[in-house]
Ligand binder design. Structure first.
Ligand code: ADP
Ligand code: MG
Length: 156
């Protein structure tokens, strides 16, 4: 499956991209966020929350692993950086196949537990405020989602 590339010149642009994606998401969607510390994974999640009509401020769930937010559909925000054992089953499936959108920062750390169909987004530092975003869809649903997101982004 094809990869899709986007550029962001600042946090506001990342919010805007993520917000647009958020408006396109449905129940049971799973988004993986990968990238170094400070790449913008949590910033992206905040924008995505706007697109899900979440009113509460999304903060990093570092100490809780999973935080839930109510919106148009619920958001399950996970940061699995501190998961000790990658095989430890913390009941992730209930979220992945639940009635909300799941966003997972550092998802590769629980690689074996992830569903087959998902959208992985890699964020790369390109300077102080510049980021490269690579979208890697698995499954036709996410492929279509990427196409829709990029078309809208270009025509914007
Ligand atoms: P992570 O969750 O990947 O560790 P954060 O989203 O917490 O990263 O932090 C990203 C930091 O980089 C924030 O301080 C944000 O304001 C800053 N930043 C600068 N430019 C961008 C950009 N284009 N996209 C996202 N964040 C950016
Ligand atoms: Mg983070």
């Amino acid at each position: 499956m094809q990869n899709y590339e986007l550029r962001s010149n600042g946090p506001e642009e990342t919010y805007a991209i993520a917000k647009r994606l958020g408006t396109l998401l449905n129940e049971g969607d799973v988004i993986l966020l990968e990238g170094d510390l400070g790449a913008g994974k949590t910033t992206f999640t905040k924008g995505l929350a706007l697109g899900l009509d979440i009113k509460k401020t999304v903060n990093s769930p570092t100490f809780t692993i999973i935080k839930e937010y109510a919106g148009r559909i619920p958001l399950y925000h996970m940061d699995v950086y501190r998961v000790q054992d990658s095989a430890e089953d913390l009941g992730f499936d209930e979220y992945f196949y639940g009635d909300g959108v799941t966003v997972i920062e550092w998802a590769h750390l629980i690689e074996d537990q992830l569903p087959d169909e998902k959208l992985a987004i890699y964020l790369y530092h390109q300077g102080d405020d510049e980021r490269k975003l690579i979208l890697k869809p698995s499954g036709t649903r996410y492929e279509a989602l990427c196409k829709e997101l990029l078309n809208e982004h270009i025509s914007d």
